[in-house]
Structure formats: structure tokens, C-alpha cells
Design a protein around this ligand. Sequence first.
Ligand code: FES
Length: 170
Amino acid sequence: MAAHSGDSTTKSPDLFKEILNKYVDEEGAVLPILKEMQEEYGYIPPDTLTPIADFLRLSPSQVYAVLSFYNEFTTEPPGQTVVHVCNGPACRIRGGLKVERAVRRALGIQPGETTSDGQFSLKTSACLGLCAHAPAIQVNHDLLGEVTLAKVQKVLQGQDIEDIRADGSH
Ligand code: FES
């Protein structure tokens, strides 16, 4: 069950046009366009590479070269739930690696991958700004601190983040 079809330009052509139109006459705008695409769609749909290249009067391989240079870009649609495990120093010291390992094992995927049913993606991220409550993770847009293996389990069972925070048990 994929969360996204991978053909987002046909699903939301207006959004795609809107993004491109912000950069009319800006030939060097490949990076900001890719950043906006990643933010809006959660990935860079592969079918957008040629239109982006045409728009910027570049070759698709030039656009792809930029895309593949930066880890933040992906051409794979994200899962319905994206789990970011913080790998900043405070989290690493306070068990972040164990958290990452637990998520990897439970889902059977590596950072940067999505489960075959499209339910979960795993990413690692720089400091999430929750160092005082390390180790921290971000589940879609929600931050969760003082993460334990029990909390990881609850997240992966689909429990609401608010409930997990309120529960407070380890
Ligand atoms: S290092 Fe993980 S929240 Fe800052």
C-alpha cells in the first residue's frame, strides 16, 4: 500500500507550476526548486526532473547531479509515517543509537528507506532541538523526547504521540 503514487505532477499540477513560476528567469535555481519540491511533496517525483530541467534550460542529468549530491533529497515517496531519529551528539550520548537500532530492527529497513507497505520511512536527522530531552525522535511533524524502546514500540504501533507523551511511562 503505497502512500503516494509517485506521479505527483499529475495529482497537483498547479502546485508544481506554482513552484516553478517563482523562479522564472533564474537559471541557477535548481537547488531552491528541489528544496521546495522536497518540502511540498516529501520527495522529488522522478517525473518532474525533465520538466525542471526544461524550465531551467538544463539537461535532466544536470538536475539529477544536484539532486544526488544532497542527502536531503529523495526520489522515493515517503511512508505514511516518517520517523526521524536524531543523530546529534546529545542524543548519541544518551541512547540515540539504540533507538535507531530498535527502529531499524522493528521495521526491517535502513535509514533512508521505506517499508514495502508504504507505512513507515526511517530517516536520521541532525539535532532536532530537543537536546535537554535526548534521545529525541520526530514522527512526521511531532517531536518526542526521552525516547525509550517502549516508546519506540508505541510509535510503531501507531499510537498517538500526544498519548505517548501524556503516558510518560518508560
Ligand atoms: S542532539 Fe538530538 S535533539 Fe539535539
